[in-house]
Design a protein around this ligand. Structure first.
Ligand SMILES: Cc1cc2nc3c(=O)[nH]c(=O)nc-3n(C[C@H](O)[C@H](O)[C@H](O)COP(=O)(O)OP(=O)(O)OC[C@H]3O[C@@H](n4cnc5c(N)ncnc54)[C@H](O)[C@@H]3O)c2cc1C
Length: 329
């Protein structure tokens, strides 16, 4: 049985683990290491500190052209100002939050999942790879899949820098991401958010790009839990305030929100999330969903940086990564 490590418990990592299990059954032992304390990556769902059922999607919020296992359902709530994509495109929302999709695939994979493990080094040891995490712990694997954003691949040490040289380094360094902030505002049960929409895009505002009443968006309002609001900044604001202290950024966004929605009630808590790597602007040139850094033992990279920053892009990348794994293990 081959030991495969998937680094990153975002959508691509969870799909890789799930597809690998489906295609290789009991021939593989799959492990997932994630640096954060939960699954989701850029599809994270946060909870109010006062009520775990009051949740907000601080990353990706809805998905085109995908329906599966009752995890997604068509978006029916009213949206104002959304740019129309291709004719016939249908959008879906995840009733239990964006991270429920990632958790579903992780469950299906049967992988051993460990949180709070930030991979720092990947180096050759015997016939496989030795992978080290922050704090020094190390384990050996027969194959390693990196699904972390491209700039974070470039920060890995061990043998990784010597495997990324010349034109490949140039290609990876040319990948760029937009940056933005997301705020989650949580309210106590019974609070009314008096706006006529579930989601609204704001054109031309120097700070706020999008607001959603998250429970209304998912049609999941419950009398025992309060509503939640998600606010995304525009990318120009994200870029211009990227290095500012989170507390100060929060004050700026809350002031702008007050101008846009002056009657908004006082939240019980507010969470701020800085997305340094939000959506990919320039993908890896000519990568076709993955880049193999080493064939035997296998070290392969995937993720939205190798395709497109959306659901379908992550699926495409995961399929390509699993194809390589299948042929090399
Ligand atoms: C604000 C926002 C809004 C978006 N809106 C949409 C949308 O509406 N529709 C849509 O389709 N897409 C949207 N996207 C894009 C979508 O979220 C991404 O394309 C997708 O989630 C990328 O998944 P991934 O698994 O490739 O990467 P990630 O989700 O980034 O997963 C990588 C994981 O690796 C972990 N990691 C990083 N470094 C290490 C390390 N050294 N060791 C261990 N773990 C590590 C990270 O913590 C993360 O969990 C949005 C993204 C953002 C941020």
């Amino acid at each position: 049985m081959s030991r495969v490590l998937v680094v990153g418990a975002g959508l691509t990592g969870s799909l890789c683990a799930c597809l690998l299990r489906r295609k290789m059954q009991s021939k593989v032992q799959i492990t997932v290491w994630e640096k954060c304390h939960g699954a989701g990556g850029r599809m994270c769902t946060s909870s109010s500190p006062d009520d775990p059922n009051c949740t907000a999607d601080l990353g990706a919020h809805f998905y085109a052209e995908l329906s599966s296992h009752g995890i997604l359902r068509p978006l029916l709530a009213p949206v104002e100002g959304m740019a129309m994509t291709e004719e016939g495109t249908r959008n879906f929302v995840a009733p239990k939050g964006a991270s429920s999709i990632v958790k579903h695939y992780l469950r299906e994979s049967g992988a051993e999942v460990h949180f709070c493990r930030q991979v720092t080094h990947v180096q050759r040891k015997g016939p496989g790879w030795e992978v080290c995490v922050e704090g020094g712990q190390a384990e050996s694997f027969d194959a390693v899949v990196l699904t972390v954003p491209v700039p974070q691949i470039l920060q890995l040490r061990g043998d990784v820098p010597s495997l990324i040289e010349g034109s490949l380094r140039q290609k990876l360094e040319a990948v760029s991401y937009s940056s933005r902030y997301a705020l989650g505002l949580f309210y106590k049960a019974g609070t009314q958010i008096n706006v006529p929409w579930a989601m609204k895009y704001f054109e031309g505002d120097s700070c706020i790009r999008f607001i959603s009443v998250d429970d209304r968006k998912r049609d999941m309002g419950s009398p025992s839990s309060g509503p939640s609001l998600v606010v995304h900044t525009c990318v120009t604001f994200g870029l211009n305030h990227l290095e500012m202290a989170e507390g100060e950024v929060k004050t700026l966004i809350m002031a702008e929100l007050q101008k846009i929605l002056p009657c908004l009630p006082e939240p019980t808590s507010v969470e701020v999330r800085r997305w340094r790597y939000s959506q990919v602007v320039n993908v890896v040139d000519g990568s076709l969903g993955q880049i193999t850094l080493h064939l035997s033992p296998l070290l392969v990279c995937g993720g939205d940086g190798f395709t497109n920053s959306n659901f379908d892009g992550c699926i495409e990348s995961a399929l390509k990564v699993v194809e390589i794994l299948k042929s090399s293990l």
